[in-house]
Design a protein around this ligand. Structure first.
Ligand code: ADP
Ligand code: 5GP
Length: 188
């Protein structure tokens, strides 16, 4: 079996982590691609679980060593990137790689892997709801929240470039829809 890529992208707070976590519990042979980042771990996050947490210097060193399939400085001095070693590891185990990645990163992966990748955009019902969700998640201070909302405005404009758009209004419906898209794609 050849490994595939399931790419979930959305503005921060739209619900992609929630959806990805749900899909990983469904015995679909999916394994999370752990990105590297130079942002600081949030409470409850551990190195090698949500991310490989490294310093900006280490991140820049890995860029120069061509360790990344794609990388971005998502916010100033906050780098995020997908490691070749991560996708290789997942495919060697015979699994499919699932990604929680920002919109530009998602489009770059899709461009690179074409038919081997299914790119899904998670759309918040509105800008207001997105803000509410980010606030109720409680993980970002006001400055970080503003940065994320500012970026979201541009990201939503790219939704039509994805293979599928899932509107995350009712969570139950969004989970069912995402599950169907993934199952259909893996059955190809
Ligand atoms: P992302 O990974 O896209 O940044 P999260 O999955 O962390 O977003 O979701 C942001 C917040 O919104 C979380 O607190 C999550 O529990 C909540 N959330 C996600 N989907 C819904 C939904 N459909 N209705 C209400 N709250 C939601
Ligand atoms: P957070 O700080 O909320 O964990 O993530 C911020 C943004 O970076 C999110 O949109 C997240 O999906 C994105 N992100 C996470 N990993 C990667 C990656 O490897 N590459 C890119 N381009 N973005 C990523």
């Amino acid at each position: 079996m050849k490994g595939k890529l399931l790419i979930f992208s959305a503005p921060s707070g739209a619900g992609k982590s929630t959806i990805v976590q749900h899909l990983m519990k469904q015995n679909l042979g999916l394994e999370f691609s752990i990105s590297a980042t130079s942002r600081k771990p949030r409470e409850g996050e551990a190195d090698g679980m949500e991310y490989h947490f490294i310093s900006p210097e280490e991140f820049r060193k890995k860029i120069s060593e061509h360790a990344f399939i794609e990388w971005e400085e998502v916010y100033p001095e906050q780098y995020y990137g997908t490691l070749y070693s991560e996708v290789d590891r997942i495919w060697k185990r015979g699994d499919h790689a699932i990604f929680d990645i920002d919109v530009v990163g998602g489009m770059n992966l899709k461009k690179r892997y074409g038919e081997r990748a299914c790119a899904i955009f998670i759309q918040p019902p509105s800008q207001e709801v997105l803000e509410q969700r980010l606030r109720s998640r409680g993980t970002d201070d006001e400055a970080s929240l503003r940065k994320r909302l500012g970026k979201a405005m541009h990201e939503i404009e790219h939704a039509s470039r994805f293979d599928h758009i899932v509107i995350n209004d009712s969570l139950g419906k969004a989970l069912a829809e995402a599950e169907k898209i993934v199952k259909d794609f893996l059955a190809l």
